[in-house]
Write a protein that binds this ligand. Structure first.
Ligand code: NAD
Length: 295
């Protein structure tokens, strides 16, 4: 069992750290928010008064932070102070360039590192069934795997530094685009007098089949567990979908990849958020599409 410093005990970090404790690891946590520290303490995490205190004598540092700038600043602060040979695992969703920079900072200070963003949301974090997409060298990944196991349903080693973040934003770009596609089909079906259930029964077993339809159906009824059945309470908030679509657009811009539908999806989610829906589930964009008149 390992000694782990966990930095960033928010909605995701708190249950993830709790699962590390349950698996028998010695976890010391730090967050800027006192309430998050109290919550972590109640699940058996030892809380530290600072990030420096959290990493004293640690073998592994896990970060679960809002964005790339937070990760870089924490790495710049902690990497020179952590015991040599520490394994750094960043599970935040951040831009690929910052992820690669974080690996460089770790390596320059004699550490191993893995970018390991997750899919599965707060529910997956609580249940310990997250999907981890990992990027980094073989040795770093081999050390990270048993730690990730305590929080994971599935772990995929996607390649070298930054490959985990690349997989995450590509996957979520598919998700954002496919959700809008499914919503548009239901809106058109409504105009044509076709019932939700009839469209679902056909498309869910035909070539229109996809996760956005069969697991996360954006209209109430066909899939009882989907957020549409509870007034679009998340689930996966539209604001987080917008964050990921923007990361994909940033990466498309810097690499010259053509992603016209990804760009359109980012714009539609930006409008949806600007109308005050950032906290609603991302499948709620169907209501926004219903309100848009055809050009
Ligand atoms: P959150 O805002 O609830 O948690 C982030 C935490 O980091 C906060 O508690 C904040 O106080 C803390 N923090 C910020 N700077 C810090 C610092 N310098 N030192 C210590 N703590 C610091 O966000 P979240 O929902 O837990 O998401 C975390 C990451 O996971 C994000 O990158 C997000 O995109 C990604 N993610 C979230 C979900 C989800 O459903 N919430 C799903 C997949 C991925």
């Amino acid at each position: 069992m390992a000694t782990i410093a966990f930095i960033g005990l928010g909605n995701m970090g708190n249950p993830m750290a709790a699962n590390l404790v349950k698996a028998g690891h010695a976890v010391t946590g730090y967050d800027l928010v006192a309430d998050n520290l109290r919550k972590a303490e109640s699940s058996g995490v030892s809380v530290a008064g600072s990030a420096h205190e959290a990493i004293a004598g640690t073998e592994i540092v896990v970060t679960m932070l809002p964005a790339g700038a937070h990760v870089i600043s924490v790495y710049e602060d902690l990497a020179p102070r952590a015991p040599k040979g520490t394994l750094f695992i960043d599970s935040s969703t951040i831009d690929v360039a910052s992820a690669r920079r974080a690996h460089e900072i770790a390596a320059a200070n004699g550490h191993l590192s893995v970018d390991a963003p997750v899919s599965g949301g707060v529910g997956g974090a609580e249940a310990g069934t997250l999907t981890f997409m990992a990027g980094g060298g073989e040795e770093a990944f081999a050390r990270a795997r048993p730690v990730l196991d305590a929080m994971a349903g599935k772990i995929v080693h996607c390649g070298d530094a930054g490959a985990g973040q690349a997989a995450k934003i590509c996957n979520n770009m598919i998700l954002g685009i496919s959700m809008i596609g499914v919503c548009e089909a239901f809106v058109l079906a409504e105009k044509l007098g076709l019932s939700h259930q009839a469209l679902f029964d056909v498309a869910s077993t035909s070539s229109g089949q996809c996760w956005s339809l069969t697991t996360y159906c954006p209209v109430p009824g066909p899939v009882p567990a989907s957020p549409a059945n509870r007034d679009y309470k998340p689930g996966f908030a539209a604001g987080l979908m917008l964050k990921d679509l923007r990361l994909a657009q940033e990466a498309a811009g810097s690499t010259g990849a053509a992603t016209p539908l990804g760009a359109e999806a980012a714009q539609l989610y930006a409008l949806f958020e600007a109308m005050g829906n950032g906290g609603a589930d991302f499948s709620g964009i169907i209501n926004f599409l219903r309100g848009k008149a055809a050009p």
